[in-house]
Design a protein around this ligand. Structure first.
Ligand code: NI
Length: 254
């Protein structure tokens, strides 16, 4: 069984066939999915998907591109959602200096506030970091330091940075990028991080693995990621599935 720890099934890319697709997951070996909030609408939609499907769980959090929509009332609302049974994480939260939609100061302010919310709610965090590796690490070390654990989603920094996060008690999320031909660093990361610290994720509808690169992604394509990690680690695909499933259970379901 596969645990997809990061999906966005509320995305409009799934509007034509969302229910049909989700109803086929269990038969295809996808045991659990976390639907991750990015915008405030995404936070709400993640709750609705978790209410509708037994195997879907929700994360509540606002992506750095959308923190301009946050205020104290919205934080209160998210904090209440964190208390619901199927809310298993705060995310995705972090810093994005690539798209740079909001000022760095505003991004840092709401990242810190959402890290504090996770601590208060005793939930792990799902971290988004793009072109902001050092600032993300410094803030997490200062504000969170592995208090409730978490995952660095779609990890894109160096293998050395991955090991620093592992030392702090975090997991590293690996998805379709590891299958790309030119993804040398991601393959190094997969080799350097112990299997006991790796989580599988799609970030669907984005980041479909090769040979589907550029097309719509879904949890059904995760076996391609499993195969690539298995090859890098020199273990059987079944072992990658089982160990990463147990990792996700330990982080999100305990
Ligand atoms: Ni995402």
């Amino acid at each position: 069984m596969i645990f997809d720890t990061h999906a966005h099934y509320d995305d409009e890319a799934f509007d034509p066939d969302r229910d049909e697709l989700l109803l086929g997951m269990e038969a295809a070996g996808i045991g659990r999915i976390i639907n991750v909030g990015a915008s405030l609408d995404g936070v709400q939609a993640s709750q609705e998907l978790a209410d509708k499907y037994l195997f879907i769980f929700a994360a509540a959090g606002v992506h750095p591109d959308h923190v301009g929509d946050l205020n104290d009332d919205k934080m209160q609302w998210m904090y209440r959602l964190c208390g619901r049974e199927k809310t298993v994480a705060v995310g995705e939260i972090g810093l994005d200096y690539y798209w740079d939609k909001e000022s760095h100061e505003l991004q840092k302010k709401w990242f810190a506030a959402q890290l504090a919310m996770a601590k208060e709610a005793d939930l792990p965090v799902i971290i988004h970091s793009r072109d902001a590796a050092q600032d993300t690490f410094d803030l997490m070390k200062k504000e969170h330091a592995g208090t409730t654990g978490g995952v660095i989603h779609c990890f894109s920094a160096s293998a050395q940075m991955a090991q620093e996060y592992v030392k702090l008690g975090y997991y590293i999320g690996i998805g379709g990028v590891v299958t790309f031909k030119n993804a040398r660093v991601m393959k190094e990361v997969a080799a350097a991080v112990p299997l006991e610290r790796i989580l599988l994720e799609t970030d669907c509808p984005y980041l479909a693995p090769a040979p589907h690169r550029g097309k719509r992604n879904s949890s059904l394509l995760l076996p391609l990621v499993v195969a690539q990690i298995a090859q890098i680690k020199g273990v059987a695909p079944e072992e990658v599935e089982q160990v990463t499933y147990e990792n996700a259970e330990r982080l999100f379901m305990d």
